[in-house]
Design a protein around this ligand. Structure first.
Ligand code: PMP
Length: 480
């Protein structure tokens, strides 16, 4: 695969001209990816990597049907949505068909952040209230309005302060959250109630003080919090509390929508609830920036009644809509939701077996092709194995398998591959992970290796810039 520039030059130009807040994966030795096909990505030397991270390339990298749809429409017309176009109305009709009956009005935008920002505007106008409830560790986008609702960013030392109108409820993590199984309850339903009650308490207080809440926003399977599967019945109770406080419920499907759960097109359906506003993005364009908000006619009317036009230059342009329609075609024709269920179950059960074999594997959870493996240093106290998780991600990369890690302690290995992932890919992933974990557990018996693993994240964070510090760390490890 030809790229015009040596990798060292690409790195140099990037360091010089791109904001350093835009971080690379594998900072000390970044990958230069030049091509993608299905569940594989290729670097500039032609080396192939199994992609277990990219939930945007939903129907597979560069799917020919999607590429063709974009190319064709691009050669015809791309303009704004003030003109009639069939691709837009067909897309709206197809998306609405996957939703509960009450959700029938679409707005098209360009990114998940924009979709959530519009959802917030809709909720504000409809309820005439300001106070929002979000979950701890949640991420809902990079716009100023969304950073305010994203404790994933708010909690950072240099992050902005949480505004007084934002209320943070605990994430329903039954493994390492506020209420855990089996310490606080043996029953899933009871744990769901305990977590929901936390939202109920916020609703009660805000209603007393300000007459009601504006909205509750959450992913129905929380990805940024560390692949969290809420207990059954949790969202049903939460939605009841929010609606009692005159608020509306927003389901953020930006990561987990479009059939990833395997059993349902939308993650909120796994909790048997009907939101008032649904936002979607990432997989919708398979890499092309297109996103949407779907809501009820009543909420859409409140928004229209303000008399302020909603105009979005690129939102709903014919190229984006043609691409999104092509993505829906592939999901249907290749039965990708069924595949997510089948391959996801296989992946989950193979990961389960790692839990019994490895002292580092504390919890395994997932739905469809949305799986998390939580690493801990001690299964009893559930102390997060953050450095070990980082080491595993780096070792897997050496094995040409790309995975990521997440959660408040960055100790949850995260699998959310393109939906064309196969059982053979799942086997390769788990077999390699098994080997890497055995090697790590064996090696960290020696003090030096243990230190090496602990120090490696610092070395990585230092990046390629500070060689002096890197060498001091090396000497320190040797000395100890
Ligand atoms: N919501 C969730 C749950 C997300 O994961 C993201 C992106 N990681 C966003 C919203 C924002 O989407 P975008 O980056 O397309 O603006």
């Amino acid at each position: 695969f030809l790229q015009s520039m040596p990798k060292s030059e690409t790195i140099k130009l990037r360091e010089k001209h791109v904001g350093s807040a835009c971080q690379l994966f594998f900072r000390s030795s970044p990958l230069k990816i030049v091509r993608g096909i299905a569940q594989f990505m290729y670097d500039e030397t032609g080396e192939r990597y199994l992609d277990c991270i990219n939930n945007v390339a939903h129907v597979g990298h560069c799917h020919p049907h999607v590429v063709e749809a974009g190319r064709n429409q691009m050669s015809l017309i791309s303009t704004n949505n003030r003109y009639l176009h069939d691709e837009l109305v067909i897309l709206a009709k197809r998306l609405v068909k996957t939703m509960p009956e009450s959700l029938s009005v679409c707005f098209f935008v360009n990114s998940g952040s924009e979709a959530n920002d519009l959802a917030l505007r809709l909720a504000r106008v409809h309820t005439n209230k300001k106070d929002m409830i979000t979950l701890d560790h949640a991420y809902h986008g990079h716009l100023t309005s969304m950073i305010d609702l994203s404790p994933y960013k708010l909690n950072l030392p240099g992050g902005p302060e949480k505004p007084e109108w934002v209320h943070v409820a605990p994430v329903p993590d039954v493994y390492r959250g506020k209420y855990t199984y089996p310490r606080d309850s043996q029953s899933e339903e009871e744990l769901g109630n305990l977590y929901a009650r936390e939202v109920g308490e916020i609703c009660k207080k805000v209603k007393e003080a300000k007459g009601g809440v504006c909205a509750f926003i959450a992913e129905s399977l929380q990805s940024c919090g560390g692949q969290i599967i809420p207990p059954d019945g949790y969202l049903k109770k939460v939605y009841e509390y929010v609606r009692e406080a005159n608020g509306v419920c927003i389901a953020d499907e930006v990561q987990v929508g479009f059939g990833r759960s395997g059993t349902h097109m939308w993650a909120f359906q796994t909790q048997d609830v009907v939101p008032d506003i649904v936002t979607m993005g990432k997989p919708m364009g398979n890499g092309h920036p297109v996103a949407a908000v779907i809501t009820t006619p009543e909420i859409a009317k409140s928004f229209a009644d303000t008399g302020v036009e909603y105009f979005n230059t690129y939102g709903g342009n014919p190229v984006s809509c043609a691409i999104a329609n092509a993505v829906l075609d592939v999901i249907e024709e290749e039965r990708l939701m069924e595949r997510a269920a089948r391959v996801g179950n296989h992946l989950l059960s193979r990961c389960e077996s790692l839990k019994h074999k490895h002292r580092l594997v504390g919890d395994v959870r997932g739905r469809g092709l949305f799986v998390g493996v939580e690493l801990v240093t001690d299964k009893e106290s559930r102390i997060p194995a953050t450095a070990e998780a980082k080491h595993v991600v780096n070792r897997m990369r050496e094995e040409r398998i790309l995975i990521s890690r997440d959660g408040p302690d960055s100790n949850v290995l995260k699998f959310k591959p393109p939906m064309v992932f196969t059982t053979q890919d799942a086997d390769r992933l788990v077999d390699t992970l098994d080997r890497v974990l055995s090697e790590l557990e064996e090696n960290t018996k020696s003090v030096q290796m243990k230190l090496e693993v602990l120090v490696s994240p610092i070395r990585e964070d230092v990046g390629s810039g500070d060689l002096q510090l890197k060498s001091s760390i090396q000497q320190y490890v040797k000395a100890v």
